[in-house]
Design a protein around this ligand. Structure first.
Ligand code: KMH
Ligand code: ZN
Length: 274
């Protein structure tokens, strides 16, 4: 089995300090959380950014400031900026980080419920996102929240509307209103991806570690972090993203799976060496 790539989704767009005081808003807090995750074993940071008061933003300047500051203390880490942003943002707003010199970015693969809201990703929007990433040589992390999202993106790739092989998927399961975080749903998705693809599993809320363990055993990769879950265990808030990553490292160790460095992750994902 390949080494395990751990992604830390350190911030997200929806969680707040009221829910967990360690949720980062400022550049300094974002750097602190990225470093805690990398020190614990994360090879990738999935990045959303906020204004100092906590409002989510896709502002290009704010992304640049955060990326530069993270790379100062974690020079090797792979950063995957979000193009999902927050529910209700326009496509143009969401695409701003793709104007920066980045290796990867998320590409969300379809419209879905998102709790009480709707996370809009229409076909024309996704074609624009695919076109931008092809033009700017950015490898997408294809985010699938629903089973049908996989079929949608595979068709787009087939038509040359989004970057092709080697493909990398993130199966985000357990968002309220979307595909539930079950092992059988994960297995169905993994069995449907083209040979040579890589994949990551993200279990939302209390499913975070329940999905991480089977993903590790299946040879996939894992995402954890405040974006998806704020608790280390039932009733115990995580003090940092590093604590969540460290728990995955412990599970992996018990299962005999080694953890990849960022350089090893670059090789596994087919990215250029840094
Ligand atoms: N904040 C969610 C509505 C992504 O990063 O690409 C979307 C999201 C996906 O987080
Ligand atoms: Zn995200």
């Amino acid at each position: 089995m390949e080494k395990l790539i751990i992604t830390a989704a350190i911030c997200g767009a929806e969680v707040t300090k009221e829910q967990n005081p360690a949720v980062p808003y400022t550049v300094e807090e974002i750097v602190r959380e990225a470093k805690s995750a990398v020190d614990a074993g994360a090879a990738i940071v999935h990045l959303h950014v906020r204004w100092d008061d906590g409002r989510p933003t896709q502002d290009k300047g704010r992304f640049k400031e955060c990326i530069d500051a993270i790379l100062k203390v974690c020079p090797d880490v792979i950063i995957i900026p979000s193009t999902g942003g927050a529910v209700g943002m326009t496509a143009e707003e969401r695409l701003q980080p793709t104007e920066l010199p980045i290796e990867m970015a998320t590409l969300d693969c379809g419209t879905c419920n998102f709790g009480d809201e709707v996370f809009e990703n229409t076909m024309p929007m996704m074609r624009d996102f695919g076109k931008r990433m092809m033009a700017n040589n950015i490898k997408p992390e294809y985010e699938c929240f629903e089973m049908g999202h996989l079929d949608t993106i595979l068709n787009m790739v087939k038509k040359g509307q989004a970057p092709g092989a080697p493909l990398h998927f993130n199966f985000v399961l357990g968002v309220p209103g979307c595909t539930p975080a079950t092992v059988s749903n994960l297995a169905w998705l993994v069995n449907a991806i083209p040979a040579g693809s890589t994949w990551c599993a993200t279990g939302v809320g209390r499913h975070e570690f329940l999905l991480a363990a089977p993903a590790i055993a299946m040879g996939g990769n894992v995402r954890v972090g405040f974006e998806d879950n704020l608790y280390l265990e039932k009733g115990v808030l995580a003090k940092s993203n590093g604590e969540l990553v460290a728990k995955v490292v412990r599970i992996a160790k018990e299962l005999g799976r080694e953890v990849a460095t960022s350089a090893e992750a670059r090789e596994i994902l087919g990215l250029k060496k840094k």
